[in-house]
Design a binder for this molecule. Structure first.
Ligand code: HEC
Ligand code: HEC
Ligand code: HEC
Ligand code: HEC
Length: 429
């Protein structure tokens, strides 16, 4: 542990915190060499080190071996790293290659655990499996201890790793070409063209996808939607769904009072005031009357296909359609329920419960995230999400993250200052 001693003398603020391993060793002697107590040494600030959740699985004594590597072991690890790993992971464990993680300052027990996962194929990445499959347990321990002993990467500059823009803001930009027909914020001024406000984002996405696939037939809309990627459709839908809805600014020639009486049979699905509670069923309140009438005719003649609506529209004559349209157009639209998205910093509070303050893990089993490469973080979060990389802890977390959240979290952690830790065994009595 010569390395660690010298690093405490570099002038960074140093704090000493007893780690959980220290506490555990007093009643579980098998974890830690008799007579020794593990002390966690924070280099460069100590606040909050104990706020982290304990590991789900108790560490085995074998897994803790990298914590007790001595200077000679670290030296052997260094030799192995230079000959076998640095081509990809960079000199001193600082990667310059997209998709390859920094290893410098990463927690030793975690590194050792992952190396064994690659060796056994449990973490299936051929570049890594090829690099480690012939290495002995001792070699893996040494190289893990070596990389853990190195000074971590500098945080990425904010200008280098930007998260994705606010999705609704991105949607506004992508919807610029829609304003001419649908209105600046989706409130139609053109008879026959629907308003897009007051509609559930899921409904909007499904409607756009239906034009794209040709299931819903409209040449203009197909041409407008065809070039847009799926992420764009989500962003556009979110933009319209978060605008303050008002009634379409168009005339409604029918008799709304007569329409209200007919609407009793529609209320079960479209809501009592034309506000639907189901994302698959559109709200009708405040919609352009001419569009509503055209759609009902469309269900009748089959130019718009929907089994449910076809049956319901079949019995309506032209007068009934006009009156229903006038009634729904007269109602006040409401903003749809949009799932509230958390900012990267709000998400990170949840992640930090396991990964330590600002991604500086104080638990040698749990990886530090601070100052890791953003491209790598994004890649592994996607891997957890798709199930390619398996971890019970992470599966539950990434399930609820959107693609945008992942981009933003990767950028967030890449920008955090990384702090080295060392775990120093000292005599207990
Ligand atoms: C051919 C290039 C290559 C070589 C050589 C290589 N690595 Fe890797 N390493 C990678 C890539 C790519 C990843 C990311 C894989 C993934 O996404 O799981 C990785 C991931 C890792 C990880 C996981 C880090 C984390 O944060 O989870 C560890 C640990 C690691 N390498 C250690 C080593 C060691 C030790 C050696 C030398 C014995 C080595 N690597 C040699 C390419 C390489
Ligand atoms: C040239 C005029 C025009 C432009 C430009 C246009 N639309 Fe449309 N849009 C229409 C018309 C007309 C309809 C009704 C088509 C139908 O009857 O199915 C429609 C229907 C829709 C619907 C279905 C609404 C509902 O209530 O089911 C959505 C969603 C939509 N457009 C989104 C967009 C988006 C997003 C853009 C920009 C990328 C766009 N439109 C550009 C004219 C336009
Ligand atoms: C059993 C449930 C149900 C009932 C009852 C029902 N609808 Fe619908 N309606 C739907 C669904 C689901 C859709 C979406 C279908 C689609 O995507 O084309 C829809 C779509 C519509 C649309 C298209 C809106 C748009 O933005 O494109 C109109 C207009 C409409 N319904 C009017 C009515 C009227 C008027 C009645 C009563 C006479 C009625 N609906 C009764 C389920 C229902
Ligand atoms: C319940 C504890 C827990 C929570 C909460 C948690 N993680 Fe993890 N995380 C882990 C563990 C344990 C691992 C190591 C799993 C493995 O070996 O694959 C891990 C691994 C990772 C990795 C891989 C690191 C590397 O170097 O390869 C990333 C990235 C990550 N977590 C990000 C996050 C983010 C972002 C969040 C919040 C959205 C989060 N984690 C929340 C426990 C947690």
């Amino acid at each position: 542990m010569k390395d660690s001693t010298s690093r405490t003398e570099t002038g960074t603020r140093t704090g000493i915190v007893m780690s959980r391993f220290g506490a555990r060793s007093s009643h579980a002697g098998s974890l830690i060499a008799p007579g020794a107590l593990a002390i966690l040494l924070w280099l460069g600030g100590s606040q909050g080190a104990l706020a982290q959740k304990p590991p789900a699985q108790a560490p085995s004594s074998d897994e803790l071996r990298p914590l007790y590597a001595n200077a000679m072991d670290v030296d052997e690890g260094k030799h192995l790293a230079r000959t076998t790993c640095s081509n990809c992971h960079g000199a001193e464990g600082l990667s310059t290659t997209a998709g390859v993680p920094n290893l410098a300052g990463q927690r030793s027990v975690y590194l050792y655990r992952e190396l064994r996962a690659y060796a056994s194929g449990a973490r299936d990445v051929s570049a890594m499996t090829d690099a480690v499959k012939f290495l002995s347990t001792d070699a893996l321990i040494d190289v893990a201890a070596y990389y853990a002993s190195l000074e971590p990467a500098q945080p990425a500059a904010a200008s280098d790793v930007k998260g994705s823009a606010d999705p609704a803001q991105a949607g506004k930009a992508a919807a610029a070409g829609c304003a001419g027909c649908h209105g600046e914020i989706g409130v139609s001024k053109t008879p026959g063209t629907p308003s897009l406000v007051g509609l559930d984002p899921k409904y909007l996405v499904a409607a756009m996808a239906a034009y794209k696939s040709g299931q819903r037939k409209n040449d203009i809309m197909k041409a407008m939607i065809a070039p847009l990627a799926e992420a764009n459709l989500n962003n556009i839908a979110l933009f319209y769904a978060t605008q303050k809805p008002v009634r379409a600014q168009t005339a409604a020639p029918g008799n709304a009072t007569a329409g209200q009486a007919l609407a009793a049979s529609c209320a079960g699905c479209h809501g009592a005031q034309g506000i639907s509670g189901n994302p698959a069923t559109p709200s009708l309140a405040g919609q352009d009357a001419q569009y509503l009438a055209a759609v009902l005719h469309g269900y009748q003649d089959g130019s718009r296909s929907d089994a449910t609506m076809k049956g319901l529209a079949a019995g309506l004559d032209d007068g009934a359609i006009k009156n229903l349209a006038a009634y729904y157009a007269s109602l006040q639209p409401q903003p749809p329920a949009v799932p509230k998205s958390l900012t990267a910093a709000q998400w990170a509070e949840r992640c930090d419960r396991c990964h330590g303050i600002n991604g500086n893990s104080a638990d040698p089993h749990v990886p530090a995230l601070a100052a890791q490469r953003a491209d790598y973080l994004e890649k592994v979060l996607d891997a957890y999400r798709s199930g390619v990389r398996r971890s019970p802890e992470m599966a539950a977390m990434v399930d609820v993250l959107s693609e945008n959240d992942i981009k933003n979290l990767a950028a967030y952690y890449a920008r955090q200052k990384a702090r080295a830790v060392v775990y120093v065994p000292i005599p207990s009595r």
